[in-house]
Design a protein around this ligand. Structure first.
Ligand code: GTP
Ligand code: MN
Ligand code: MN
Ligand code: MN
Ligand code: MN
Ligand code: MN
Length: 197
C-alpha cells in the first residue's frame, strides 16, 4: 500500500479530504472482435474538461470519510444510498495534493470490483444523477489496450488532462490489481511520456 495510511492522514490538521473511487468489472468483450477489453474501468468527464473518478470533497456534515464518499457517489452517479456503499475496507491510497485554495488536500482513493452487469447498472443510473450535466459531463470506460499504431488506446487516453492526481491513481490501480500485464502498462506509459507506476 503506497502513500499515507487512512488513519495517519486523519491526524493531519488543517487539511481538506477528498475521496474518489475506481469502480471496475472484468469484461469479456473484444474490440473489432479481436482485441480483449479485459476490464471496464469507470472514469468521468468532469465539468472542468478533465477526466477524474467519481467522488469529491468530504465536508463537515459528512462525519467520516466514507460518508462523504458515498454522498458524492450518490450525487455524481445517481445511486440510491446503499446500492453501492463503499467502506473503509476499500480504501487503497491516501496522498497529499498540492495546495487547493490555500489549504492542502488529502486525496483518498478507493477501489470496488463489480460484476459487469452491476457496472452497467451504475452507468445507466449515472444518466439520472443530479450532477449529470453539471459536475459530470459523461461517464467513460478506460481503454486498456494499445492498437497496432502503438499509440491509440491506453497511451492516447493517458495524454488527456486529468483532475488532481487521477492519472496517477489510475496507473497505480492498474499496476496493483494487475488489470493489464506489467510490460504492457510500462510500454503505454513510456509512449504517453508519463511516469511508470
Ligand atoms: P464540488 O462539490 O464542486 O466541490 O466538487 P467535488 O466535491 O465533487 O470535488 P472534486 O471531485 O472536484 O474533487 C475535489 C478535489 O480533488 C479537486 O481539487 C480536484 O482537482 C481533485 N480531484 C478531482 N477528481 C479527482 C480524482 O479523480 N483523483 C484525484 N486524486 N483528485 C481529484
Ligand atoms: Mn463504428
Ligand atoms: Mn461532487
Ligand atoms: Mn467530484
Ligand atoms: Mn462536493
Ligand atoms: Mn458539488
Amino acid at each position: 500500500k503506497a502513500g499515507r495510511r487512512r488513519k495517519d492522514s486523519l491526524r493531519l490538521s488543517g487539511h481538506r479530504h477528498a475521496c474518489h473511487a475506481m469502480i471496475f468489472a472484468s469484461c469479456p468483450d473484444k474490440v473489432f472482435g479481436k482485441i480483449p477489453v479485459r476490464y471496464a474501468v469507470l472514469m468521468q468527464m468532469r465539468f472542468d474538461g478533465r477526466l477524474g473518478f467519481p467522488g469529491g470533497f468530504v465536508d463537515s456534515r459528512d462525519g467520516f470519510l466514507e460518508a462523504g464518499l458515498n454522498r458524492e457517489l450518490s450525487e455524481e452517479l445517481g445511486l440510491q444510498p446503499g446500492l453501492l456503499c463503499l467502506t473503509e475496507r476499500e480504501h487503497v491510497l491516501a496522498h497529499v495534493l498540492p495546495l487547493h485554495r490555500d489549504r492542502p488536500v488529502v486525496a483518498h482513493f478507493y477501489m470496488r470490483e463489480l460484476s459487469l452487469m452491476q457496472l452497467r447498472d451504475v452507468e445507466r443510473a449515472a444518466l439520472r444523477a443530479c450532477e449529470y450535466g453539471a459536475e459530470v459531463m459523461g461517464m467513460v470506460r478506460v481503454p486498456l489496450y494499445t492498437l497496432r499504431d502503438g499509440v491509440s488506446g491506453l497511451p492516447a487516453f493517458l495524454c488527456n488532462s486529468f483532475a488532481g492526481t487521477a492519472r496517477e491513481q489510475l496507473l497505480w490501480a492498474l499496476a496493483a490489481r494487475r488489470l493489464l500485464p506489467p510490460g504492457r502498462l510500462r510500454e503505454a506509459c513510456e509512449i504517453a511520456r508519463v511516469p511508470v507506476p
